[in-house]
Design a protein around this ligand. Structure first.
Ligand SMILES: O=C(O)CCC(=O)C(=O)O
Ligand SMILES: [Fe+2]
Length: 325
């Protein structure tokens, strides 16, 4: 099978450096990074963030932890599975029937040590402190980066007064994802169907040996291959919830995973999920004659139900069908 791709090189994602120690709010450095974040999320819906919060050692440890986890017997992994009212699996172990290479383990509320400890205990009843410590430390770094990005993007729309509430309106869901490498005679295969993310923001980190994530350009013409340029890089991506909150001000890009080699691919990611019951509505400040309101009040859980568990037709036009005005 050949997966359609029309690629003109060199197309690459914007790279934004967050590693400066002086990157604090109300400094010229912050303002300049903020401008770049806004532009990237408007034009590409994503960017590569350089952020040295997570050391090389910690990155190695998290991917080793992921391998260890996926090597456990299936029934052990299945013992952690919890599905929601909307049918979506977001806590514990999950698979998606239409995407056989994909497996996920979700830590919903990863900033709560009990959540990580409970899941770790289910996986290793004898305990595995190294695993839970690594998950917590790595997630902490992703949370730090997410706070910077979400603060900057709200500020850039003049919504400073909503920053605190907005930061509190999401649950930190950490996921360890595995894509099984291909067998001998397969050239390439979709690891994850094309889709837009539903949450506010996604931050992904992949093990350095296996690429595969591709992001569609805003004009819909081409797929850009995400090739993290160095050890300290993370892919930051806007989802449908942020797009609705900012009245279309950021673009949620279509993306997919294409697996090409025999090696397994591991991803550690943070998904900023609107809290249950939250209704998202663009603030009056960013709605005017020039920027008319695009969406009705948006109930995340209901949207999840609408798009169902699988990625089929989960794109911008389907979001407009769901809640466009
Ligand atoms: O594996 C990746 O790089 C992307 C995963 C993804 O798109 C998702 O979980 O929504
Ligand atoms: Fe995604």
């Amino acid at each position: 099978m050949t997966i359609s791709s029309k690629t003109r090189f060199p197309l690459s994602l914007p790279v934004i450096d967050f590693s400066s120690r002086d990157l604090k709010p109300k400094t010229p450095e912050w303002d300049s990074v903020r401008t770049r974040v806004r532009k990237a999320l408007e034009e590409y819906g994503c960017f590569e963030a350089l952020f040295d919060g997570a050391s090389t050692e910690l990155r190695k440890a998290i991917f080793k932890a992921a391998e260890e986890l996926y090597d456990l017997p299936l029934e052990t992994k299945l013992s952690t599975k919890v599905s929601t009212k909307s049918g979506q699996i977001y806590k514990g172990y999950g698979t998606i029937p239409t995407m056989p290479l994909y497996e996920v383990m979700g830590f919903y509320g990863v900033d709560n040590p009990e959540v990580v400890d409970d899941l770790t205990y289910k996986l290793w009843p004898q305990g595995n402190i190294t695993f839970s410590k690594n998950v917590q430390s790595f997630a902490e770094k992703l949370i730090e980066l997410n706070v910077k990005v979400r603060t900057m993007i709200l500020e850039s729309f003049g919504l400073e007064k909503y920053v605190k509430d907005h930061l509190n309106s999401a649950t930190n869901q950490f996921q360890l994802i595995k894509y099984k490498g291909l067998s001998d005679n397969t050239e390439e295969k979709l690891g994850f169907d094309p889709h837009i993310d539903r949450q506010f923001l996604t931050i992904l980190s992949q093990n350095d040996v296996v690429d595969g994530l591709e992001i569609k350009t805003k004009d819909g013409e081409e797929w850009i291959k995400s090739k993290p340029s160095q050890d300290s890089s993370f892919l930051v991506m806007a989802g449908a919830s942020l797009h609705v909150l900012l009245n279309g001000g950021v673009f949620p890009p279509l993306h997919r995973v294409v697996m090409t080699g025999k090696k397994d691919r591991y991803v550690a990611g943070l998904f900023l999920r609107p809290k249950e019951g939250l209704i998202i509505n663009a603030p009056e400040e960013i709605v005017d004659d020039e920027h008319p309101r695009l969406y009705k009040p948006f109930d995340y859980e209901d949207y999840v139900k609408f798009t169902n568990t699988y990625t089929k037709k989960r794109d911008l036009s389907n979001l407009k069908t769901y809640c466009g005005i």
